[in-house]
Design a binder for this molecule. Structure first.
Ligand code: SF4
Length: 323
């Protein structure tokens, strides 16, 4: 059974952790409940942190003189500067983190879908935008996965988020002792993941490690981390994932019957044609790797990128992804 280091994830407190919404309610999140045993959550409620209390009059984003301001209309307070100051000091004081899970549609935490109002009109503008705290998160941590609970109801988006968060936690631990051996072992575990996401970076990172001394200079560690995170920024193309499936099959082929190989090729094609989730051919590979004790495949995170108990079939069906 694979061991996973615990990622550290910043989460909006109202996602089941605190009744801190404007009406003193909490938004339940089954995903956060499932995540809790595996992840160190760092809860934050930016509006409570401004001393607004719960319950409180709602705040909203308003366009004023060409600028976006965070206002509390019933009190007339302009909270823009206070929110920007809080976001800066909170984000600067964080320990190393691996991702953000924020509340959708909030004028503070929404990553892409907060409503923006005009000062002289009760209806929102058609184009949503990020909330003010979320905007600061994106600016300060452009390389880290950041999602909201609504998008994570889509299975592909959720599994890509989990794969990245667990990989980045693994990377943090691999970089801790500063040895080339530790990072080389990490690189070996993620070879097939990188092959799926970004083959060029797989090779460039391998060269970076190959040329490095046994004690890794800080510059090499930073270069590796930056490029690894960049490789996992977007989900891989489906064709690249199919190539990894076929590459993995190559490590088992000589032990399989013609019928077994042909069945696996059908599964890979069904995945390419979006008729099967990636989990199906990957589960078959894992069973064969276990049965034939193929240690190379068993050591690959591609076959198990995050703890199995986080696999969930729930899917909104919206969105498009690789898994
Ligand atoms: S969305 Fe953000 S600011 Fe609003 S209640 Fe939740 S954590 Fe607090």
């Amino acid at each position: 059974m694979a061991e996973f280091p615990r990622p550290r994830v910043v989460v909006s407190s109202c996602l089941g952790l605190d009744a801190c919404r404007f009406d003193a309610s909490s938004a339940s999140s089954r995903f956060v409940e499932r995540l809790q045993p595996h992840v160190d959550l760092v809860p934050v409620c930016p509006e409570l942190s401004l001393g607004l209390g719960a319950p409180r009059p709602p705040v909203r984003l308003v366009q004023l003189d060409g600028q976006t301001r965070l206002l509390q209309p019933t009190t007339g307070r302009d909270l823009t500067d206070a929110m920007r100051d809080f976001a800066r000091s909170f984000l600067e004081s964080l320990p190393p983190v691996d991702g953000f899970l924020l509340k959708s549609r909030s004028p503070s935490c929404g990553l892409r879908d907060a409503r923006l109002y005009r000062a002289d009109h009760p209806s929102p503008l058609p184009q949503p935008r990020p909330g003010m705290f979320a905007e600061a998160v994106r600016a300060r941590f452009p390389d880290l996965p950041a999602e909201d609970e609504a998008r994570l109801t889509n299975r592909s988006i959720r599994e890509h988020f989990l794969a990245a968060v667990f990989a980045f936690a693994d990377l943090r631990h691999a970089l801790e002792d500063g040895s080339r051996a530790g990072l080389a072992a990490f690189h070996a575990r993620y070879k097939l993941v990188l092959l799926a996401y970004d083959e060029q970076r797989l090779r460039a990172l391998g060269r970076l490690l190959g040329d490095a001394p046994r004690r890794l200079p800080q510059a090499v560690r930073e270069a590796y981390a930056t490029d690894f995170r960049a490789a996992l920024r977007r989900p891989p193309r489906r064709g690249a994932v199919v190539n990894v499936l076929l590459h993995s099959l190559g490590h088992l082929s000589h032990r399989l019957t013609e019928e077994e190989r042909s069945y696996f090729l059908q599964l890979a094609e069904a995945y390419r044609a979006r008729r099967l989730p990636l989990g199906v051919p990957v589960a078959v590979l894992r069973v064969w790797a276990l049965r034939f004790s193929v240690s190379y495949l068993l050591g690959q995170r591609f076959l198990m990128p995050f703890p199995e108990s986080l696999v969930c079939l729930e899917d909104s069906g919206r969105g498009e992804g690789w898994i």
